[in-house]
Design a protein. Structure first.
Length: 308
């Protein structure tokens, strides 16, 4: 990952991917978060950050894990950052999620087939400037099929609790449609440690209609989750399909932990393209989303309005 400040003043900058040297003091590589294939970040106001490793299960090896970064110096707000040396990402500790009724050292109920429920944060792992996947395997972190984008539950955060939701995309060619999960991690005050008790619950079960969820966005005010598909247009599910946007209610006052319903709100009439990177403005009335792999050869950014 790279960090950038004051982006409108940065033009023509270069980065050496081997040495990490940048021609601009306003860009730098973030070694403190380790190296992994990531798609999205869930960033708390204190700088604690959650992210996943977009890795599929393959040949019996563990799939991608979820990680938590705790800055050495928490961000307390105040004046704007004027130098990257002030960033909470300068240094910190990384923990890997393991679901199961167990602590440290490893013992108890965890492992293959145990992906939901309470767990522990394993670590800290020595992830500064290192590849995270071997370290996750070393602490027996739980694998999920290609963790993709994640977003913070702003309603929970306003009450002082930590909850974020994200997608494990699945391979629809194998008729595994993917899923949206939500993870709670105690209170905001307690989040800056590896001793909280994370809990993973399923929110949206993928299906033939809603398959391979990729990006996700929380809508302020309403609290809906906008799920972006990255689905195959023709594959083992049969027929010609396309990539859609879905608005999913959060779990309400009922007996389960699942979304109370999803409706399709957008379809791309271009079988080469996919939705990606959508997010709302703070008012929840403007939804900015990109369309990539466009048949025109150009990416497109849309501002979708009309939200009620």
């Amino acid at each position: 990952m790279y960090e950038l400040i004051d982006p409108l003043s940065v033009e023509g900058a270069t980065i050496n991917r081997t040495t990490s040297a940048s021609s601009s003091p306003k860009i730098r590589r973030l070694d403190a978060l380790g190296f992994t294939s990531f798609e999205g970040l869930a960033i708390l106001p204190n700088g604690v950050t959650y992210y996943g490793n977009e890795l599929s299960a393959n040949g019996g090896a563990a799939a991608g894990a979820y990680f938590k970064f705790v800055p050495s110096t928490l961000w307390g707000g105040g004046s704007a950052i004027t130098s990257l040396d002030q960033s909470p990402y300068a240094s910190g500790s990384i923990f890997a999620l393991r679901v199961g009724t167990t602590g440290n050292p490893p013992s108890g109920n965890y492992g293959q087939g145990f992906q939901y429920g309470r767990g522990v944060w394993r670590g800290p792992i020595a992830g500064n400037g290192a590849a995270l996947q071997p370290l996750a395997v070393g602490v027996q972190a739980t694998g999920f099929y290609r963790p993709e984008d994640i977003d913070i539950d702003a309603k929970a955060l306003a009450s002082g609790s930590v909850r974020f939701c994200g997608n494990n995309t699945g391979p629809d060619s194998a008729r595994y449609w993917g899923e949206t999960i939500c993870i709670t991690d105690g209170t905001l005050a307690a989040s800056a440690s590896g001793s909280t008790i994370p809990e993973v619950q399923l929110l949206v079960q993928g299906s033939l209609e809603l398959n391979m969820p990729d990006n996700i966005a929380y809508r302020p005010g309403r609290g809906n989750w906008i799920v972006h598909e990255d689905a195959s247009t023709t594959s083992a599910q049969g027929g010609a399909r396309n990539t859609d946007l879905w608005s999913c209610l959060d779990d309400g006052a009922d007996d389960d932990t699942l979304s109370d319903g999803c409706v399709r709100i957008g379809t791309i009439n271009d079988f080469d393209a996919e939705w990606t990177g959508g997010f709302f403005d703070p008012s929840g009335t403007h939804f900015y989303v990109s369309i990539q792999h466009n048949s025109s050869g150009f990416g497109t950014i849309l501002d979708i309005t009309g939200w009620k």
